[in-house]
Ligand binder design. Structure first.
Ligand SMILES: [Zn+2]
Length: 99
């Protein structure tokens, strides 16, 4: 996996977010899973939730926490929520990978 960054825009907090994606990719490979468009949305949700956990722990600003919550909402669509609630197979597929 390669992570490309624009050094003029990239912040340390972005590196933390990307580090979660690297961990997710490692877990995905270990589980023998593939990546799809739908998977990417789940992984983004997981990475932004990771950022929120860090924010709670280290006191990120309310403005940034609100932005992170919005990003989770953007990725955690009603169809994905329904899929997770109704499909045990999907839950098992993503358990241990996305968070
Ligand atoms: Zn991301």
């Amino acid at each position: 996996m390669t992570v490309s960054v624009d050094p003029t825009l990239f912040r340390y907090v972005d590196l933390l977010h990307e580090s979660r994606h690297i961990e997710q990719a490692r877990r995905t490979a270990l589980a023998g899973q593939g990546l799809s468009t739908r998977t990417v949305a789940w992984l983004e949700r997981g990475a932004y939730e990771y950022d929120l956990r860090l924010g709670s722990r280290f006191g990120f600003s309310d403005e940034y926490m609100n932005w992170l919550n919005k990003r989770v909402s953007d990725y955690w669509t009603p169809s994905l929520r329904t899929k997770l609630r109704l499909s045990e197979r999907t839950r098992k597929k993503f358990e241990g990978i996305w968070r």
